[in-house]
Design a protein around this ligand. Structure first.
Ligand code: FAD
Length: 413
């Protein structure tokens, strides 16, 4: 039975993934009362293991950088792309935008637990295995209904709700905010392996994105960790998987075999973990904020995994929302539409342009073009490192036009 008296809190954060942990810590550091409700027990598996440099700016802002640096994660300096004989790599330390040059490739179970523990150490209360099941924003203040693992329920009233529930998409579902993504439905099949890669030319400090030899819409990620293990995954439009989803391991290994470079690199790999799959992950919403709430990270929009932008967008949204909410809680009038929704969308739209260019192949052609100027590569490198909000970068200021022009130049060369 729900208890009748609602608990009173200032801010409730739904979900303790990267966006929830960062937002909660930032608000706590500014002196606000924050409660995080997390449906699962940590550590728990999550996909999204290759970080971009820019996300460490928010880890630092939340006072968690030393803990992340000390955790022994695989250092990442950039991204490499392979297609047949073609190979192209970007080093995040050599980019147009100032900012961090290196980052990490992380097992998300450990990484997310570390961020959540850091938030707890800073005084944030996180209640694990407690799920938000209802939300009411029609009264004088937001009211949530939560369910504990034992099935008991209670209600909460607060000044503001930050929805950081990722694929749970709690407020989009409960408030009818969901909108269709304009990307076709794609699926990923992935696992962790003991990689036993001994090729001298292989760079563990970069994510390797490989394209299928004759189906350019199919691509693979290979994300090495620091313990000799690697995350390997394949992404394709749903119809490519057809009847193969009843045996994910065979499906994944069969597709990996079709990419000669991966076949060679992983010749001695030990495939010791059952494959998983996720489909239809691209999602959008009608609005990012409303009276009494804002949506963070994947609870809002998720584009596509190809440029590893998910955690960076999640953390950037957390930082922007926490800083605005701090001002609002201190009595200032703030403009969520202008200073959160539109400001966040600017960078998301930058990524969107390059994701579209990836799948219509124009950006693939730019990446593999052999005579691109260093300046152009440094500008593109900034975006690949996550600095997609730096409007001084012409490839950020006008992503579609710049990409079209450079793709035409590459095609005519
Ligand atoms: P999450 O990390 O999903 O956290 C949400 C939390 O909310 C979860 O712990 C969940 O248990 C909790 N929750 C859900 N519902 C409720 C509820 N009702 N009540 C309470 N708690 C709840 N991103 C990258 O940066 N790099 C990559 O390499 C990358 N690869 C990807 C590959 C694939 C195939 C896909 C699909 C995505 C990938 N991403 C990647 C994206 C990345 O997974 C997400 O963007 C990122 O995890 C979003 O973080 P978040 O904090 O918004 O949500």
């Amino acid at each position: 039975m729900p208890s009748t008296e609602p608990q009173q809190r200032t801010v409730v954060v739904i979900g303790a993934g990267p966006s929830g942990a960062i937002a909660a810590a930032l608000l706590k550091r500014k002196g606000h009362d924050v409660l995080v409700l997390e449906r699962q027990r940590f550590p728990r598996f999550s996909i999204g293991e290759s970080l971009l440099s820019h996300c460490l700016d928010f880890v630092e802002e939340a006072g968690m950088l030393d803990a992340v640096l000390a955790a022994g994660f695989q250092v990442k300096h950039g991204a490499a792309f392979a297609w047949g004989e073609r190979y192209s790599e970007f080093d995040f330390r050599d980019k147009f935008t100032d900012g961090k040059g290196s980052t990490f490739q992380v097992q998300r179970a450990r990484f997310d637990q570390l961020l959540a523990e850091q938030a707890t150490l800073q005084g944030v209360e996180i209640r694990y295995e407690e799920e938000v099941i209802q939300a009411d924003f029609d009264g004088p203040c937001p009211r949530l209904q939560a369910r504990r693992a034992d099935g008991s329920e209670y209600s909460l009233e607060c000044a503001f709700v930050l929805d950081a529930s990722g694929y749970g998409r709690v407020l989009p579902r409960l408030l009818d905010l969901e909108a269709a993504s304009n990307f076709p439905v794609r699926r990923a099949v992935f696992t962790h392996i003991e990689d036993r890669i001994d090729a001298a030319d292989f760079d563990r400090e970069k994510i390797l994105i490989s394209i299928h030899p004759y189906e350019r819409g199919i691509w693979y990620w290979l994300i090495p960790f620091s313990d000799g293990r690697t995350s390997i995954g394949v992404v394709a439009e749903e119809h490519h998987f057809h009847d193969h989803l009843n045996d994910l391991d065979t499906c994944l290994r069969g597709l990996v075999k079709q990419a000669p470079n991966l076949n060679r690199l992983l010749a001695n790999a030990v495939w010791d973990t059952p494959a998983r799959t996720l489909g239809g992950y691209s999602a959008n919403v009608k609005r990012l904020a409303g009276p009494g709430y804002a949506l963070l990270g994947n609870a809002a929009e998720f584009l596509d995994p190809v440029f590893s932008s998910g955690v960076t967008i999640a953390m950037r949204s957390a930082s922007m929302a926490a800083n605005l909410l701090d001002r609002q809680l201190n009595g200032e009038a703030v403009n969520w539409e202008h200073d959160f929704s539109r400001a966040l969308k600017a960078g998301v739209d930058t990524f969107r342009a390059y994701v579209q260019g990836w799948y219509d192949h124009s950006f693939q052609d730019v990446i593999f073009h052999e005579n691109s100027s260093n300046d152009v590569r440094r500008m593109i490198c900034s975006i690949l490192a996550g600095y997609a909000w730096d409007a001084r970068n012409p490839f950020v200021a006008e992503p579609q036009r710049r990409l079209r022009v450079i793709a035409e130049l590459c095609a005519s060369a």
